[in-house]
Design a protein around this ligand. Structure first.
Ligand code: NAG
Ligand code: NAG
Ligand code: NAG
Ligand code: NAG
Ligand code: ZN
Ligand code: ZN
Length: 309
């Protein structure tokens, strides 16, 4: 029957039109949504990648004689880690300007020497990427002692009688951090003459561990996500702080920092060690996310030299 055929055809056409309309509106919808989605994604990537050390990227290639906005931040970076001290030079008024001067070049060369880079005195690409690595907040040069150039044996720090076996946690410390910290203490104990245990009463512990954010009253403010990860004070202070704004993990997790690895490093400071020039050592100043690290022969030798054992 022709009529039926026509009706069927009409229905098919109507269905096609509806399908087309549906497809078209889906297309429009996607078109509208796409910028929103990609904006969201790029914002996330930016958040993930942004670090307090990002300013260094814009300074790549800088050298003596340059006057570029951001050099003063480079100066404060090198001051923070012990490489630069304008207060004892005649140029102390230059600490806060963007002039790439002689003291800055000399500080940069020392930095390059410490990190096994070519001592060009120029902020070359390798130096920039090295300086951008997340790191410990403790300085590499303390009171004129460049820990990364000198042999630990040459220093008589006289901590032979140090007796600080009890550790505890600050109120509010995440429970998941406690076991990695305990394991780090046990690793040091297994390789040295020290014995450590958790204090019955956290408030009476010799070594107090916790998470802190930004300025937290000990004169060494943290810097938010990225940059400085943690710090600890030399004997017999006993304070060891993680930066609460980092992404912490138990074990190796991509983009995160292993609690135990960082604890091993910071306990080294609690025991009196400074930073090591040996990249494989736990006392090397910087660390990449996503990995774990243990004690090295260099770390054990450092302790043995420090305590004369
Ligand atoms: C560096 O540049 C700033 C701004 O352009 C200027 O005020 C300052 O005098 C310059 N310093 C030197 C040492 O040239
Ligand atoms: C910088 O040098 C002055 C004078 O020598 C000294 O008092 C000060 O402690 C030094 N600062 C640092 C961070 O080493
Ligand atoms: C140092 O410079 C030499 C020669 O220019 C180059 O081959 C080498 O890769 C550089 N090393 C570092 C760590 O930048
Ligand atoms: C630097 O030396 C001074 C004086 O000897 C001392 O009070 C201070 O604690 C030392 N600083 C560090 C970080 O060891
Ligand atoms: Zn350190
Ligand atoms: Zn602190």
């Amino acid at each position: 029957m022709p009529g039926v055929g026509l009706m069927a055809e009409t229905t098919t056409n109507e269905a096609l039109v509806v399908l087309w309309l549906l497809a078209f509106s889906l297309f429009l919808f996607t078109l509208l949504l796409l910028p929103l989605l990609s904006h969201g994604t790029s914002r996330n990537t930016n958040n993930k990648k942004s670090s307090p050390f990002d300013f260094l990227k814009h300074l790549q290639g800088c050298h003596k004689g340059d006057n570029v906005s951001g050099i003063k931040v480079l100066k404060s970076y090198l001051e923070q880690f012990g490489y630069l001290n304008y207060s004892h030079s005649k140029k102390q008024n230059h600490a806060n300007d963007d002039d790439f001067d002689e003291p800055l070049e000399s500080a940069l060369k020392t930095y390059q020497l410490n990190f096994h880079l070519n001592t060009t005195g120029t902020l070359d690409a390798k130096t920039v990427s090295n300086m951008m690595m997340p790191r410990c907040g403790v300085a590499d040069i303390i009171n004129g002692t460049n820990w990364m150039r000198s042999d630990n044996k040459k220093h008589d720090h006289n901590h032979g009688s140090l007796h600080t076996p009890y550790y505890g946690f600050l109120p509010g410390t995440q429970t998941r951090a406690m076991s990695p910290v305990a394991q780090a203490f046990q690793k040091w104990a297994a390789n040295t003459h020290f014995k450590f245990s958790r204090a019955q009463d956290d408030t009476k512990a010799d070594n107090k561990i916790g998470f802190q954010s930004r300025d937290h009253g000990d004169g060494s403010p943290f810097d938010g996500n990225g940059g400085v990860l943690a710090h600890a004070f030399a004997p017999t202070d006993g304070r060891f702080h993680y930066d609460a704004d980092e992404k912490w993990s138990v074990g190796a997790v991509p983009g995160q920092f292993d609690l135990e690895t960082v604890a091993l490093h910071e306990i080294g400071h609690l025991l009196g060690l400074g930073h090591s020039k040996v990249q494989g050592a736990i006392m090397w100043p910087s660390i990449s996310p996503g990995g774990t690290k243990g004690l090295d022969k260099d770390d054990i030798n450092g302790i043995k030299a420090l305590y004369n054992v």
